[in-house]
Design a protein around this ligand. Structure first.
Ligand SMILES: Cc1cc2nc3c(=O)[nH]c(=O)nc-3n(C[C@H](O)[C@H](O)[C@H](O)COP(=O)(O)OP(=O)(O)OC[C@H]3O[C@@H](n4cnc5c(N)ncnc54)[C@H](O)[C@@H]3O)c2cc1C
Length: 369
């Protein structure tokens, strides 16, 4: 029964979270120890990725049960994972594409947060258009020799591993000549340079330079020249995670505006719109999940990334406007706005999301890309 599962997860949270968690949420939000311990404890109890099998660290929950658990987690604002791309992107990719040896060695530490992961996709000149990536990997005697550069690689300075997308067949059509390698970031020839940012730098950004880096053939993830499929599937694993996160973030960003003692009529209108955004996001997310479980193909899910990321930004901007000068000394407002700015860029920019909706949902003619 879904209600029993949700109640059990609720009891776990009551037990794990400090008693003053809600009251002092803004402080706990930045508490690195609590965040690390939460991920490990939630994983150990099977709550972190509850749809996974018991032998993999899950609870074998079906889709509706797992979604109900994740929604309760968002409602209770559980501590954010320190290395989201590990449990959220790399682990599902290893589970789906990894060899038995890769799964045995890498899956559990990635999901539990014991070993951090970076995602080596973007390059200077290959962001939105990932298929134009130029980092090369040449197979010589069962070793890939890798040369090139990645950029905007979140947490590459702290991560142990990186899913590195490289060109392994320069002659093949762009999408068909790419492979995904599991790179040990401590390998000789890997140089990681952090990028300074204006924001509170909760997660670091890096450039990664690769000079004759040797990656053994057994570190190939998925088929040789089949990296495009790995990339697409990895990002799709995030489907529910993205809207649940942006729903949570929109609600959180609206908090200061909802609590404000003074608000103008124009701001009140924006507040109404933002509340409707959040509810629209939740309902569309639930609807598309239900359609997926029923085997109904619906393009509505293609709108979730765009709606979610733009909702967060509108909500954070509104709270900033309502707070006025107070925002400069209130991290709950100012940082929220700064953090929200990346939402319409990572995981596909808003322009690209609009292209996707135009082409795949509305059937409009393909643009330039
Ligand atoms: C917070 C954050 C974390 C990130 N983490 C990672 C990470 O861990 N690993 C990683 O690999 N990357 C990461 N990225 C990079 C991110 O994936 C890229 O920034 C994104 O794909 C856009 O690529 P770009 O920056 O090269 O911009 P470009 O692709 O150069 O785009 C520049 C502008 O042109 C527009 N544009 C481009 N093509 C089209 C088109 N066909 N139609 C209409 N408009 C277009 C874009 O929308 C954008 O406004 C992160 C980015 C952010 C903000």
């Amino acid at each position: 029964m879904t209600a029993d599962v949700v109640a059990e997860f609720g009891a776990f949270l009551d037990d794990f979270l400090p008693q003053d968690y809600d009251e002092n949420y803004q402080r706990y939000r930045r508490d690195v120890t609590l965040r690390r311990e939460y991920q490990a404890a939630a994983f150990d109890e099977g709550w972190l990725i509850p749809e996974w099998g018991r032998d993999e660290g899950g609870r074998n929950l079906d889709g509706p049960q797992a979604l109900a658990v994740k929604l309760l987690g968002a409602q209770r604002r559980v501590p954010r994972l320190l290395n989201i791309q590990g449990a959220g992107v790399a682990a599902p990719a290893i589970r789906a594409f990894g060899t038995p040896e890769q799964r045995e060695r890498l899956l559990r530490p990635a999901a539990r947060g014991d070993e951090w992961w970076a995602l080596g996709m973007s390059e200077p000149g290959a962001g939105s258009d990932l298929a134009s990536l130029r980092t090369t990997a040449t197979l010589v005697d069962d070793v890939f020799i890798v040369n090139g550069q990645k950029v905007w690689t979140t947490q590459a300075d702290e991560a142990r591993w990186c899913t590195l997308y490289v060109r392994t067949d320069p002659q093949a059509p762009r999408h068909r000549g790419i492979s995904c390698l599991i790179l040990d970031l401590s390998s000789p020839g890997v140089h990681v340079r952090p990028i300074r940012t204006a924001g509170p730098a909760i997660e670091s950004f890096c450039e990664v330079f690769l000079d004759d880096v040797r990656v053994p053939r057994e570190s190939l993830l998925g088929p040789l020249n089949g990296g495009w499929g790995v990339a697409v599937a990895s990002l799709e694993h995030e489907r529910d995670m993205i809207w649940i996160n942006t729903w949570l973030e929109t609600n959180r960003a609206l908090d200061p505006a909802l609590r404000a003692s003074e608000i103008t009529e124009a701001q009140l209108v924006k507040l109404g719109r933002s509340l409707a955004d959040a509810e629209g996001l939740r309902l569309t997310g639930l609807r598309t999940a239900a359609q997926r479980w029923a085997g109904i193909s619906s393009p509505a899910w293609l709108t979730l990334k765009l709606l979610g990321s733009e909702s967060v930004q509108r909500a954070a901007l509104l709270s900033l406007e309502v707070a006025g000068q107070q925002a400069l000394i209130d991290p709950a407002i100012f940082d929220e706005r700064l953090e929200s700015l990346g939402a319409t860029i990572y995981g596909g920019t808003s322009e690209i999301q609009r292209d996707i909706i135009a082409e795949r949902a509305l059937g409009l003619p393909k643009g330039r890309s």
